[in-house]
Design a protein around this ligand. Structure first.
Ligand code: PLP
Length: 401
């Protein structure tokens, strides 16, 4: 994007202009095809232009776009019923984004304690490397200096502890603690999977101390890890959960889910949104669930993920100078690079394959959940060519050196 662009210069955009998409493929204005293992950062859960989603959006567009939450929105009731019957939750609040889902989750946890006569309990324990969004509260929750700098005082009430440190969690609990907030798999932090035992221990700590467990499943949810939600692998349930990205399949949609008990403080007038839960978003969200909840869909995600994972493990053995480690769960995979991860990202882009960078020198692979085994193998071939080109460049450099 040129300097003269009227857009805020907050993004380092790749010099690519896509015109349309089909499944796992994106096509540029000049007709070049790219294999999309970024999927809008885990958003295009069913790939591009999925016929069922296109039909649902078009049908709704002919009827009604927006109502506001002054009236019943039938699609909300339907989507909330499906989400609650498929999860731990009893109540749902719809938003337009992940950060708004987190805002609702944070407010829900604070109001729970307020309503029980403990307004001083508003602190939330979070983890280093976390990412929860870009609003004033969610940058404080994420706690990353690079996102906080220059935006005034950090919002109060977020106490951060090192990733994976249970003793630090226990030590951080005070009479003012309301909740613990964690991503079951850190996405932006570098596809760091929280071990199942750790999640179970957090559940116990919450129960022992009267705290609420809030999960941020904005990136890991809606089938991404091969279960509907990633916490299911650990066999625990949260009290509150933030969801977004994949639930809308590309349409802006988020949700905050909670148990009846956790949501008890959220009375009429305590929260609101103009657009959240609008009929267009509800039509698409329901259509996404038609596909993701269908028999065999999640099983297929797990099977294809295995093909990808095994192929990546083989590439790690063959190209140790490029690939240090493979991590993640389901189709939320990370390649920890042995070289600068930006080099690998660019080399993959040179092979017409898209991925996303993350913290900890990791490249994220977040393909559509509709990925086939053959498309997974196509991705592996492209990563292999990228690794080969980086190895050859390294060898040339060391010969010259
Ligand atoms: N939480 C997690 C785990 C995320 O990955 C993201 C976005 O990347 C967010 C929250 C914020 O979502 P949004 O960008 O839709 O506000």
């Amino acid at each position: 994007m040129a300097e003269a662009s009227p857009l805020y210069q907050t993004y380092m955009r790749a010099p690519l202009r896509f015109e349309r998409g089909e499944g796992v493929w994106l096509v540029t204005e000049t007709g070049e095809r790219y294999l999309d293992f970024a999927a809008g950062i885990a958003v295009n859960s069913l790939g591009h232009a999925h016929p069922h989603l296109v039909e649902a959006l078009k049908n709704q567009a002919d009827k009604l776009w927006h109502l506001s939450n002054l009236y019943d929105v039938p699609g909300q009731e339907k989507l909330a019923e499906r989400l609650t019957s498929a999860t731990f939750a009893d109540k749902v609040f719809f938003t337009n984004s992940g950060a708004e889902a987190l805002e609702c989750a944070i407010k829900t946890a604070r109001r729970y304690h307020f309503a029980r006569g403990n307004p001083e309990r508003f602190h939330i324990i979070t983890f280093e490397g976390a990412f929860h969004g870009r609003t004033i509260a969610t940058i404080a929750a994420g706690g990353q200096a690079k996102y906080l700098e220059g935006f005034g005082p950090k919002a109060a009430g977020f106490d951060q502890v090192p990733f994976g440190d249970l003793d630090a969690v226990k030590a951080a609990i005070t009479d003012e603690t309301a909740a613990i907030l964690i991503e079951p798999v850190q996405g932006e932090g570098g596809i760091r999977v929280v071990p199942n035992e750790f999640l179970r221990a957090l559940r116990d700590i919450c129960d022992e101390n009267g705290l609420l467990l809030i999960l941020d499943e904005v990136q890991s949810g809606v089938g991404r890890t091969g279960k509907l939600f990633a916490h299911e692998w650990a066999g625990i349930t949260p009290d509150i959960m933030a969801v977004a990205k994949g639930i809308g399949g590309g349409f802006p949609l988020g949700a905050c889910l909670a148990t009846d008990e956790a949501a008890a403080g959220m009375k009429a007038g305590t929260h609101g949104t103009t657009y959240g839960g609008n009929p267009l978003a509800m039509a698409v969200g329901n259509a996404v669930l038609d596909v993701v909840l269908a028999d065999g869909f999640l099983r297929n995600v797990q099977d294809v993920a295995l093909v990808l994972r095994q192929g990546l493990a083989a590439l790690k053995d063959r190209y140790p100078d490029v690939i240090e480690d493979i991590r993640g769960e389901g189709l939320m995979l990370g390649i920890k690079a042995a070289c600068p991860s930006a080099d690998l990202l660019l080399a993959m882009r040179g092979e017409h394959m898209l991925s996303v960078s993350a913290g900890d020198n990791v490249i994220r692979l977040l393909p559509p959940l509709t990925l086939t085994a053959e498309e997974a193998r196509e991705g592996l071939r492209r990563i292999e060519r990228a690794a080969e080109s980086l190895t050859a460049a390294n060898e040339k450099k060391s010969l010259q050196g």
